[in-house]
Design a protein around this ligand. Structure first.
Ligand SMILES: Nc1ncnc2c1ncn2[C@@H]1O[C@H](COP(=O)(O)OP(=O)(O)OP(=O)(O)O)[C@@H](O)[C@H]1O
Length: 770
């Protein structure tokens, strides 16, 4: 009888490759030992002055990053090799390692180096000088499998690079954390990863096409290729939700890159973590570009002209300020300075000048010659008196208050009258969407508005500058004192009596001759030891060297405006899928979305292959996409499903119980599980599940590495799970502002299994499942 047992014949080169990989690990160990030694040396460096301290900190940071990168390279150090026509093999891996022979090929080429490119892009039709591509799979430091592709035949294949390795990677159970794809990057993905960094690159691709993976690998590639510039200016990666940021957080560190700032829109204002929630319609209105004008009007509205003359009393004299006086003072302030807070001192000066004149007139009244008799000193004294009078300060505050962005928005959104004044032509229902109770948490949609307000208000840093100047003078005085002491105590040991005093002055350089007090004071300024990412996170005026935006279709126009401000060079990568837009403020057309911010200075790349969702599941999702009527096409899946997707009509009463049963039934399987349901059902389903299954979580803190998660389609966006149960698809369709997009997102999350539970009749869009 023929045996069904499949005997795996080890690849004949396995042992040779094991030797080579062992040698590479030896080099990695040596590089790490050296970096650790240098790090220890740097830490032990006696830093005698601030400059040395600064140098030491820079070295410590550099060597720490080096050790971290070398540590990260340990897992899967070598990913494969290419055998080139007329040349030796070139090994590709996570980092570059030099060979002993300085003139020859490196022992290992960094996957991001130009020489590594054919490993990802060579095909039998376009072999690029490559005869054979070999994927090397390792476990720990042991080589466990070799997969070869011959590229000499000239015949077109599946179009996938390293198909066996790719399929093995795609079939692996998920852990709840995204992993890197260095081993199996595909040619169309490679083109995006290595694309020129100038201008805005938009990457459009359906679910599972690797947009997130590609965006993160592109970040790593740009850091490698433009290391110096990006190390100085920093790189920002923006994601939609805290859950998503947690999901992707390990990828860049696993590629040895730790200096990238990952942030959600809610974290883009230093010092604020905006996690409040609000109806999508409110977020949509806040996201409109016309909010810029609304804010401009809201600021102008705070520059008040009273209806009637106002009076302030200074030393018993009632002084009058007429509306026309205020108007003139306002006009002068606005002429002098565009920003509200910076123009305020001009306004205040004008008001004080006017009141001083009135004061002088009142004092001079009854005396012959009147105010003209007061000399400059008298007037200056009166001016001081007026300026220091609390009633005058209060009046100026009323007429032109110092405003923080938070105060401007809090006062505006809490007061329908203010909103009405700032939104001429709006209807009341739209205005009502801006309402916010004082003290409620800020939402992500508020962040671009707060930042815009900051641009309009300006920050009067007069007090801070005065403080810095005082500090500088103090340091200068201390430095001078130090130099004086050094100068006074210099020991001059001269044998030659013939040296005259004049010679002495010429020949002996004192500390003060080598360094001025100013230089010394400057050196004493405290050294900023924070990394670029930390400094960028704390500084709202920081501009980044490159910005990567994931799920870019969700960004509102105001959010785009904020990001472009943070990246004036427009060196940006935006990845997204118009067919998955859930937010009413989000994009339905890239050109339309980008035009107000970058004009036509952007280009489009497309990803067409779905690596996540099995073909049978994708067919169901594609029906929903087609029914949505956007005309978008679903990407092509590369894998079949291990089990057919299914749907079940449960009735309302049985819905939660069936969901629990299904998820509990899946509990024994490896990998992650998600229940995706309309917002109104999440809490109930999570509670029902938690009673039966361990580690259930939901909402912004959901974490599928601990157990099943219950999410809305919006929260599930960008994530993936081995098994997904979609509950109540009808309500997902009906409740979402773009319901078909939401259901499409929900259905495209699984890597293995999909189940659908419907309390009532299955929507026609899911007919394929009935
Ligand atoms: N070349 C590849 N090799 C191995 N795995 C890959 C490759 N490309 C993508 N994947 C995997 O496919 C899955 C989907 O990738 P990713 O999440 O980046 O897609 P996406 O386009 O961002 O999807 P969505 O639009 O749904 O957010 C991930 O598990 C990713 O690791």
């Amino acid at each position: 009888m023929p045996t069904t047992q499949h005997e795996v014949v080890p690849h004949p080169d396995l042992e040779t490759e094991q030797q080579y990989v062992k040698d590479l690990y030896g080099r990695l160990d040596a590089a790490r030992d050296l970096a650790e030694h240098r790090l220890r040396q740097a830490i032990a460096w006696p830093a005698v002055d601030p400059q040395a301290l600064q140098e030491r900190d820079a070295t410590v940071r550099f060597q720490t990053e080096r050790v971290t990168a070398l540590d990260a390279a340990e897992a899967g150090l070598c990913v494969g090799r290419i055998d080139r026509t007329g040349g030796g093999p070139l090994y590709i891996g996570r980092i570059g390692l030099a060979a002993d022979d300085a003139g020859g090929d490196p022992a290992l080429v960094d996957w991001r180096a130009p020489a590594a490119r054919p490993f990802y892009t060579a095909t039998p039709v376009h072999p690029l000088g490559v005869e054979r591509r070999r994927h090397i799979r390792t476990r720990g430091r042991a080589v466990v499998r070799l997969d070869d592709e011959l590229l000499t035949g000239g015949l077109a294949t599946s179009g996938l690079t390293g198909e066996a390795s790719l399929m093995a990677a795609l079939d692996t159970a998920r852990t709840g954390r995204m992993t890197d794809i260095v081993r199996t990057i595909q040619a169309e993905q490679d083109a995006v990863i290595r694309a020129d960094d100038r201008g805005v690159l938009v990457v459009q691709g359906g679910p599972g096409t690797g947009k997130t993976a590609v965006a993160l690998h592109r970040a790593a590639y740009l850091l490698y290729t433009h290391r110096e510039r990006l190390a100085r200016r920093g790189l920002l990666v923006v994601g939609p939700t805290p859950t998503f940021l947690r999901y992707i957080a390990d990828v860049l560190p696993s590629l040895g890159e730790t200096g990238v700032l990952l942030a959600g829109l809610g974290q883009l204002r230093p010092g604020l973590d905006a996690r409040g929630t609000e109806p999508p319609a409110s977020a949509a209105v806040k996201g409109r570009l016309e909010m810029v004008e609304v804010l401009e009007r809201a600021v102008a509205d705070r520059q008040v002209v009273p209806g009637d003359p106002v009076e302030v009393t200074v030393d018993g004299f009632a002084l009058r300020l007429r509306p026309v006086d205020v108007r003139r003072a306002q006009a002068a302030a606005r002429r002098a300075e565009r920003l509200h807070n910076l123009a305020r001192p001009v306004f205040a000066r004008r008001v004080v000048d006017l009141l001083t004149r009135r004061y002088a007139e009142r004092i001079g009244a009854g005396i012959d010659g009147g105010a003209d008799l007061l000399d400059r000193e008298d007037t200056a004294a009166l001016r001081r008196e007026v300026a220091e009078e609390p009633a005058v300060r209060l009046l100026v505050d009323d007429l032109w208050p110092v405003l923080t962005p938070e105060r401007l928005l809090t006062d505006l959104f809490a007061d329908p009258a203010r909103v009405a004044a700032a939104t001429p032509g709006w209807d009341d229902a739209t205005r009502a969407l801006l309402h916010r109770r004082k003290g409620s948490p800020w939402t992500p949609a508020d962040v671009p508005l707060l930042e815009e307000a900051e641009e309009l208000l300006g920050f009067d840093d007069g007090a801070q500058r005065a403080r810095e100047e005082r500090d500088r003078r103090r340091r200068l005085a201390e430095a001078q004192e130090t130099l004086d002491v050094l100068h006074g105590s210099r020991s001059v040991d001269l044998d030659d009596d013939a040296l005259t005093a004049r010679h002495l002055d010429e020949e002996v350089l004192s500390a003060g001759d080598l360094i001025s007090a100013e230089e010394l004071a400057d050196r004493q300024r405290s050294v900023d030891t924070r990394s670029t990412a930390e400094r960028a996170a704390a500084d709202r005026t920081w501009t980044f060297g490159h910005v990567v935006v994931d799920e870019a279709q969700e960004l509102s126009p105001m959010a785009w405006r904020l990001l472009v401000r943070r990246c004036p060079t427009r060196s940006m990568t935006a990845v997204g899928d118009l067919a998955q837009t859930g937010s009413p403020a989000g994009a339905s057309d890239w050109a339309e979305t980008l035009r107000p911010h970058v004009g036509d200075a952007w280009r489009l790349a497309e990803l067409t292959v779905n690596y996540r969702t099995p073909a049978e599941v994708m067919a169901v999702a594609a029906d929903v996409l087609a029914a949505g009527g956007t005309g978008a096409t679903a990407p092509r899946s590369v894998r079949p499903a291990p089990a057919a997707p299914w749907a079940e009509v449960t009735g309302e009463e049985q819905l939660a119980a069936r969901a629990v049963e299904v998820v509990a039934g899946w509990a024994a399987e490896e990998g992650t599980t998600a229940v995706v349901a309309p917002a109104g059902r999440v809490a109930g389903l999570a509670a029902a599940l938690a009673a039966r299954v361990d580690g259930v979580s939901s909402g912004p803190d959901a974490d599928s590495s601990r157990g099943p998660v219950v999410l809305t389609p919006g929260e599930a966006k960008g994530l993936e799970f081995d098994r997904v149960l979609v509950v109540d698809p009808r309500r997902v369709l009906d409740e979402g502002v773009r319901g078909h997009n939401d259901l499409y997102v929900a259905l495209t999350r699984p890597t293995q299994r999909l189940g659908v539970l419907s309390p009532g009749e299955l929507p026609a869009e899911l007919a394929r499942l009935s």
